[in-house]
Design a protein around this ligand. Structure first.
Ligand code: ATP
Length: 503
């Protein structure tokens, strides 16, 4: 699986999906650029989400708020005081860690040891049964398991209590049981705020400290009444937004899974107090169906309901996807009560109430939030669709089985040879279809090589223009996943593609 992940990262670079930022200057930690195909795929993901939200879902409209916002907003939302991760430094190696992630790594290492022992024992057990060896293995496994349970329980307790010294103690203990850094020379654990700050206005006027937003949601909350009034929206209704968010993450790893500059697709759904849990279930179900409709396999998704809820939430779940490094959060769905709007009332001094004409009363609405990272969605697609397939005759092909609606290029147009008018005919077809579909005209190399290139970037269809085309105006249409070909009339191409690639 680790191997698969490395291959996916290399593939993204090789074919122009994702490049490390500032690469010629040796990169910038946890920042990435999307290339010519990556940006197409990303745009398609955003459109798939935007249309599902604003066209299909009940009563949802979209906005596009600014990245800079009044700094008081982040005080009201709680981000200035509490948007922290625990940080620890190793004095010897000079390496910096996120304390809770470091402990998770320790736990994973113990688990790995347990699994190795069990696998070894199972193998030996298959060959011959040696009671003494069996007992020794059993004792080791039990010892590791006990250690794992102890650390895990203790870890949950101190995390819940945000006990920083407790976290440090666990790290010290872990280094004895399963050393990762090899030393015990650690600093204290500090809280580290994840928000990036900059200054607005010239210093002569007195510059104001402003933040790069760490989430897009607050831009929705502060515009709640603007949209409700100007759009004459009736509760229940939602506001959706896609935009950049910034977090100064302590650990930069796992490629585009955890970035310092990333993009979110968020929606806040405003409901009557008391009806929030019904709507929470509604959105939970709808969002999972949206993911599954892409056809990557239902088993790759699961819910992770939160046991420990943030103080403002009364229900929360994550939709997790099976990445090569385990099931990981791609989307969060939270019932946020009236926390945010009430806090904005308090900090701005403005009323955030809605007059409900059916009830004949005013109230601060409750909110259900759905929040998904574009980049994590991108990663889940690439990981879930990448395959190295062994073909007959031993040849290999790398293929991205992307859903046709999201694939960056929908159709490749390939003249069999660059003579006898085949290339001109290919260009004609390209010129008639290019306004409706993202097409590529590719004339270079053998037809086999051209198919491989298109498979690797996930193009669902290729048409080949051959000598028969010149006689009867038909082409071969090749399907990426089955590699099967059919003969179709050029005049039918539009409707066939339109049907197969629409959202
Ligand atoms: P995590 O626990 O992984 O740090 P989170 O619970 O802090 O994530 P939320 O604040 O709920 O995440 O953000 C909503 C969504 O935004 C996440 O489900 C994820 O898809 C995306 N997201 C959050 N942080 C990042 C990041 N650093 N890089 C890329 N996407 C992110």
């Amino acid at each position: 699986q680790e191997d698969l992940f490395k291959k996916v990262i290399a593939h993204c670079k090789e074919y122009g999906f994702v490049f490390p930022s500032s690469e010629i200057y040796d990169g910038l930690g946890a920042v990435y650029d999307y290339g010519q195909l990556g940006s197409e795929l990303k745009n398609n993901i955003k459109r798939y989400w935007w249309e599902a939200m604003t066209l299909l879902a009940p009563n949802v409209v979209g906005i596009d708020s600014a990245i800079f916002m009044h700094p008081k907003i982040w005080k009201a939302s709680g981000h200035v005081d509490a948007f922290n991760d625990p940080l620890i430094d190793n004095k010897d190696s000079k390496k910096r860690y996120r304390a809770d992630v470091l402990i998770e790594d320790h736990l994973a290492k113990i688990e790995e040891k347990i699994n190795k022992e069990i696998a070894k024992a199972a193998k030996r057990f298959g060959e011959s049964f040696d009671e003494e060896q069996f007992r020794a293995t059993n004792a080791r496994v039990l010892e590791y398991q006990k250690k794992w349970d102890e650390i895990h329980t203790h870890f949950s307790e101190v995390m819940n209590a945000t006990d920083l010294e407790g976290l440090r103690q666990i790290i010290l203990d872990c280094e004895i049981v399963c050393p990762i850094s090899g030393t015990r020379n650690w600093t204290e654990v500090r809280q580290f705020n994840l928000m990036f700050a900059t200054e607005m206005g010239s210093t002569a006027d007195g510059a104001m400290k402003v933040y790069l937003r760490p989430e897009t949601a607050q831009g929705i909350f502060v515009n709640f009444l603007n949209v409700q009034k100007t759009g004459r929206m009736k509760i229940p209704f939602g506001i959706a937004q896609i935009g950049k968010a910034f977090r100064n993450e302590i650990v930069a790893r796992q490629f585009i899974f955890r970035m310092r500059e990333f993009e979110q697709m968020e929606m806040q759904f405003f409901v009557r107090p008391g009806e929030e849990l019904k709507w929470f279930d509604f959105w939970k179900d709808l969002r999972l169906r949206w993911h599954k409709a892409l056809g990557l396999g239902d088993k790759k998704y699961r819910f992770h309901d939160h046991e420990k809820l943030a103080h403002y939430a009364n229900a929360a779940t994550d939709i997790e996807f099976e990445m090569p490094f385990g099931f990981k959060e791609v989307e969060g769905i939270h019932s946020r009560t009236d926390f945010d709007l009430k806090r904005h009332e308090e900090f701005s001094g403005k009323r955030m109430q809605y007059f409900d004409p059916e009830l004949g009363e005013s109230y601060v609405p409750y909110v259900i939030e759905t929040s998904i990272g574009v980049d994590r969605m991108f990663l889940s697609l690439i990981c879930g669709c990448f395959e190295e397939e062994e073909l007959e005759g031993g040849e290999k092909r790398a293929v991205l089985h992307l859903p046709a609606a999201l694939a960056p290029v929908k159709l490749a147009i390939l003249p069999l040879v660059r003579k006898d008018g085949l290339d001109d005919r290919a260009r004609e077809i390209y010129d008639t279809l290019k306004f409706d579909f993202n097409c590529q005209l590719d004339e270079k190399d053998s037809i086999g090589k051209r198919y491989r290139r298109q498979d690797a970037i996930g193009t669902p269809y290729c048409v080949t223009i051959d000598h028969q085309t010149m006689e009867d105006n038909t082409v071969t249409l090749r399907h990426r996943d089955t590699m099967q070909q059919e003969r179709v009339a050029i005049s039918d191409l539009f409707s066939k593609l339109n049907e197969a690639t629409s959202l």
